[in-house]
Design a protein around this ligand. Structure first.
Ligand code: ADP
Ligand code: ZN
Length: 217
């Protein structure tokens, strides 16, 4: 059983790892950030509500975010487990997830916390380019696409995320330390927290995470 939460500061590499983890274990990758960006792209009421908040680096209100995740986790493809990426980000969200997990009979059984020092995060976010179509993530120096400016996966033109500017990043990091870091302790107290060093590069971390999650049952 793999009901997993992926945690870590912005730029830790959650999104980069999540796709490969989800396909290896045949569980859906549920990224609240991706869901919000999709809503913004489609100009839905949720997207209109979230757009300015996300651009400045703030958190979308808990009630909105919890409702979105609750709906998503109730879908049939979560019956065999799930990989949450970017949720929960606050203590109220973590408490709500406890309730949802009970209700669907799939309580979280492992939390992966990826740690990376601040100066590396700043460099990673500054050089990050993303694919607006499939969500794949690159870096102008450390993780270049095969063809400059184009997504390896789907060929789309890469963009810089609106919230990947110095000012919004500062807000995001600040929110992370104030609101999200306590969520690590919440799971630590439950004996569910597993911490991994995220500085070693994509393949290295992937190997360690596969080894850990292969054994999780
Ligand atoms: P990153 O981890 O790089 O900061 P994400 O793609 O996970 O980026 O999230 C982007 C933005 O979407 C966040 O800065 C926040 O505004 C919003 N968001 C995502 N997940 C949540 C959440 N669980 N609660 C509140 N806001 C969220
Ligand atoms: Zn793509």
């Amino acid at each position: 059983m793999r009901n997993i939460v992926l945690m870590g500061p912005p730029g830790a590499g959650k999104g980069t790892q999540a796709g490969d983890l989800a396909s290896r274990y045949h569980i859906p990758h549920i990224s609240t950030g991706d869901m919000f960006r999709e809503a913004i792209k489609n100009k839905t009421p949720l997207g209109q509500k979230a757009e300015a908040i996300i651009a400045r680096g703030d958190l979308v209100p808990d009630d909105v975010t919890v409702a979105l995740v609750k709906e998503r986790l109730s879908q049939p493809d979560c019956a065999e487990g799930y990989l949450l990426d970017g949720f929960p980000r606050t203590i109220p969200q973590a408490e709500a997830l406890d309730e949802i997990g009970k209700a669907i009979g799939r309580a979280v059984n492992a939390v992966i916390d990826i740690t990376v020092p601040e100066e590396i995060l700043i460099d990673r976010i500054g050089g990050r380019r993303v694919c607006p179509k499939c969500g794949a993530s690159y870096h102008v120096r450390n993780m270049k696409p095969k063809v400059e400016g184009k997504c390896d996966v789907c060929g789309s033109d890469l963009i810089t995320r609106k919230d990947d500017n110095a000012e919004s990043f500062k807000v995001r990091l600040d929110n992370y330390y104030r609101q999200t870091a306590p969520v690590s302790d919440f799971y630590k107290n439950k004996g569910l927290l597993h911490t991994f060093d995220g500085t070693g590069g994509k393949e290295k971390l992937q190997g360690v995470l596969f080894a850990f999650l292969d054994r999780l049952s």
